[in-house]
Design a protein around this ligand. Structure first.
Ligand code: ZN
Length: 418
């Protein structure tokens, strides 16, 4: 068993799901400390400097640069230690399946095979005759993001054992609660002494994201006018009726179920209330800054239109920004974070595919806090599902990609003087 596979099989057995119902506390679950402590111990064993696992389950540690690269800025490699609460995540029991084509069966649950067909994941054809890690079908696998954690740790172990392999100082940053929106929020970016880095939290081998959605959440409050229904004529304004009008006025073709690629959307996520007051929650997403602003404006325009019809103050909209497209903050000097990643993939025999991430990444908030951080693939498939899997060859190849990538940062940047 290769080092990265051994680590992966071991890490996924450590329960570390986050809990959206306890999101006001970081980490949201005490069990994430188990994973944090384990990683801190292993970083220290590898000879990393300044290793810490703090009270919020953030783990950091730095592997020294190779000889000659000591004066260069550090590079951050970041992954998250929590697993998604969207599927059963406790007691993960991973196993390696030799995939011989057809459906990939993770396990049998309640007499039914838990499987992925080539129709669902055409990439399966690439892995015929190979080993694939699956859960037993009763839980997710947690390749999101234990694969990223294992790949970073395996890289560090390889570099530690081979001090001459070129790299700048590498800062490992493992963060909790990414799946519930916290992720790198409490990471002390300034203390890392780095000018950039990568999250390792993506999908299929070769996928690379340096753009992500801009995101906000809109809370729409509809206040009705309640009177006895028997004497309501020309007086009553039913908040439920107005709320349904509001939703009908939001462009129907711009919903998640009708959009893909670089298209943004409006997505109603929650509705609650009574005839006298209704609260609607939407998430708004787009890549382009102007289109994103237009979406926010549409929400306000619809509210204004309905207020014209039913009276001022009937509908109010409050918009809260969640994260922004990280590409907006990439300066010309950050271009090599993109170029090097694409080159490292190609040199490893992997054709890179640049995908605008239809979601956020830890890297997005790190980028906006001054640490540009595109997202690299982990090799995993079917995240947040009991059908989640990762081919062993993808785990191993990712370590190779990382090794080539960090080597590129061991030379001074162009124009920085040699
Ligand atoms: Zn993830």
């Amino acid at each position: 068993m290769t080092d990265v596979l051994e680590r992966f099989m071991r890490y996924v057995r450590v329960d570390s799901a986050s809990d959206p119902d306890n999101a006001s506390v970081t980490p949201s679950t005490a069990r994430q400390h188990d994973m944090a402590r384990l990683l801190a111990d292993e970083l220290a064993e590898l000879g990393c400097e300044g290793v810490s696992a703090d009270g919020h389950a953030y783990v950091t540690g730095a592997l020294p640069a190779s000889p000659g690269a000591e004066g260069l800025p550090a590079l951050v490699l970041c992954a998250h230690i929590d697993s998604s609460p969207d599927a059963p995540a406790e007691g993960v029991s991973p196993h390696v399946v030799r995939y011989e084509g057809g459906a990939l069966v993770a396990g049998v649950v309640d007499g039914e095979p838990v499987q992925t067909t080539p129709e669902q994941v055409p990439d399966l054809a690439l892995f015929e005759g190979q080993d694939i890690v699956c859960s037993d079908g009763s839980t997710l696998l947690s390749a999101d993001d234990k694969a990223g954690v294992a790949e970073i740790m395996a890289l560090l172990a390889r570099l530690a054992a081979n001090p001459e392999l070129p790299r700048p100082r590498i800062v490992a940053a493992f963060v909790p609660d990414e799946e519930i929106g916290h992720g790198a929020a409490l990471l002390d970016v300034e203390s890392l002494g780095a000018c950039g880095g990568y999250t390792v939290d993506g999908g299929a081998l070769g996928e690379f994201n340096y753009e992500c959605f801009s995101a906000s959440e809109a809370t729409v409050t509809v206040r009705g006018v309640m009177v006895h229904p028997g004497s309501a004529k020309d007086v009553m304004v039913n908040a439920i009726t107005v709320a349904s009008e509001f939703q009908q006025m939001i462009p129907a073709a711009e919903r998640p179920e009708h959009t893909e690629g670089r298209e943004g959307f409006y997505h109603p996520t929650d509705i609650s209330g009574t005839a006298s007051e209704v609260t609607l929650t939407y998430i708004l997403r787009d890549f382009d800054a102007a289109d994103f602003a237009r979406r926010e404006q549409t929400m306000r325009d619809v509210a204004a239109f309905l207020n014209g019809r039913y009276g001022e103050g009937t509908v109010s909209v409050e918009i809260r920004e969640q994260y922004r497209n990280m590409a907006e903050r990439f300066g010309p000097g950050d271009r090599r974070l993109v170029d090097f990643a694409l080159e490292a993939n190609r040199e490893s025999g992997v054709e890179p595919v640049v995908v605008a991430a239809r979601g956020g990444t830890d890297g997005a908030q790190l980028t906006f806090r001054g640490l540009p951080c595109p997202n690299l693939a982990t090799g995993g498939y079917n995240a947040h599902s009991v059908r989640e899997f990762v081919p062993v060859s993808s785990l191993e190849k990712t370590v190779e990609v990382l090794e080539r990538l960090v080597a590129k940062f061991a030379a001074p940047a162009d124009g920085a003087g040699a």
